[in-house]
Design a protein around this ligand. Structure first.
Ligand code: IPM
Ligand code: MN
Length: 374
């Protein structure tokens, strides 16, 4: 299994997307060379440009290329995100959206001990896309869908993650379930009930319930107190942007969309058309998404070298950051590609001198606790 090559479908997206994918590919090239990884790449057309060109944001051929690949690496797309990423999440049943937020010493932030993960249900809630107009457009409604099945599986994912994830600083392992079940008693009520039920199987993990308004406040008041957060799709979307601001912003916030057999990795941020082409976009959200991808491949493909590559990548990111090579959004003066090139060089250096002491704050087992527990 280790020798079979892994096919990565790549979506370059819109706005800053192409620069970010280019940065990711530079880093991947050096990882492939240093760790003898067998990776193949296929480019997949999707997003606003594709919509303008062909009338479809995600043509069937593109969707097929993604389906036939082993994993997908995606840069942000623009206004057609609903037709691309939301569709991919739903059709490929990538039910767990994993969004870590942790402080790095080299990234300026008001906080220093944040180390949390948002586990966002990724297939239902208001994102099912059922909106209707009535009364000649004077009334509009949207449908919120919550099922036992989806709630239970995302709760299980969150608890498994809480059990296995390596924390930066030891604290009680906990899962906080965030909803608005005091108002949405039936829909969010069902989500909470299912999380509660799953929680009974994990007596080692502290379970708490929190309303989303309180959670938004507590994330700013005492972000260090959070470990794993499990929540529905829309609250997860909003809270993950908030959480990114605790650790340096969207420029450094990666994510994983994980299903039973397939996964897609992408930055949390959008395609930032205002800074496209200027060379100032921070590639770290994208590069940290590559790190998560390598760990996921390590878990699901039993690919030890993928884990080693992820570990070395993390070290390279930290040492390049510490040496001051970073983009303006986090206090540096380097360009997108300079950061990528520097990380790529550092990888080669580390790999040629390395023995794998496992002292990084691990991403390992952050990306697929279900696979690692079975
Ligand atoms: C995200 C994005 C998407 C979402 C948009 C672009 C559809 O904001 O991944 O967080 O709402 O899920
Ligand atoms: Mn979002």
């Amino acid at each position: 299994m280790v020798n079979k090559s892994i096919l990565i479908s790549c979506i370059e997206g819109d706005g800053i997307g192409p620069e970010l994918l280019q940065a990711a590919r530079i880093v991947l090239k050096s990882l492939v060379e240093s760790f003898d990884l067998k990776l193949d790449f296929v480019n997949v057309a999707a997003g606003d440009r594709e919509l303008r060109k062909t009338g479809r944001a995600l043509p069937n051929e593109s969707f097929k290329l993604i389906q036939e690949s082993d994993v997908c690496l995606k840069a942000p797309v623009g206004e057609s995100a609903k037709e691309t990423i939301v569709r991919i999440r739903q059709e490929l049943d990538l039910y767990a959206n994993v969004r870590p937020a942790r402080n790095y010493p080299f990234i300026p932030s008001k906080f220093s001990d944040v180390d949390l993960v948002i586990v966002r249900e990724n297939t239902e809630d208001l994102y099912v896309g059922f909106e209707r107009r009535a009364q000649n457009g004077r009334k509009a409604t949207a449908l919120k869908v919550v099922t036992s099945k989806a709630s239970e599986r995302i709760a299980k994912f969150a608890f498994e993650l809480a059990m296995v994830r390596k924390q930066a600083r030891e604290k009680p392992r906990s899962v906080v379930c965030i909803t608005k079940s005091n108002v949405l008693r039936i829909t969010d009520g069902l989500f909470v009930k299912r999380c509660e039920r799953v929680s009974r199987k994990y007596p080692q993990v502290l379970f708490q319930k929190m309303y989303v308004d309180t959670a938004a406040m507590n994330l700013i008041r005492a972000p260090e107190s959070f470990d794993v957060i499990v929540t529905t799709n829309m609250y997860g979307d909003i809270l993950s942007d908030e959480a990114s601001q605790l650790v340096g912003g969207l420029g450094v916030s990666p994510s994983a969309n994980i299903g039973r057999k397939f996964a897609l990795f992408e930055p949390v941020h959008g395609c930032a058309p205002d800074i496209a082409g200027k060379g100032i976009a921070n590639p770290l959200a994208m590069i940290l998404s590559v790190e998560m991808m390598l760990d996921w491949l390590g878990e699901t493909r039993l690919c030890k070298r993928c884990h080693e590559a992820a570990q070395t990548l993390d070290k390279a990111i930290c040492s390049i950051g510490a040496s001051g090579i970073k983009t303006p959004d986090i206090g540096g003066r380097a360009t997108t590609l300079q950061v990528a090139e520097a990380i790529s060089k550092e990888i080669k250096l580390l790999a040629s001198s390395s023995s794998f002491s496992d002292d990084r704050v691990e991403m390992t087992k952050l990306v697929n606790p279900i696979a690692s527990s079975t």
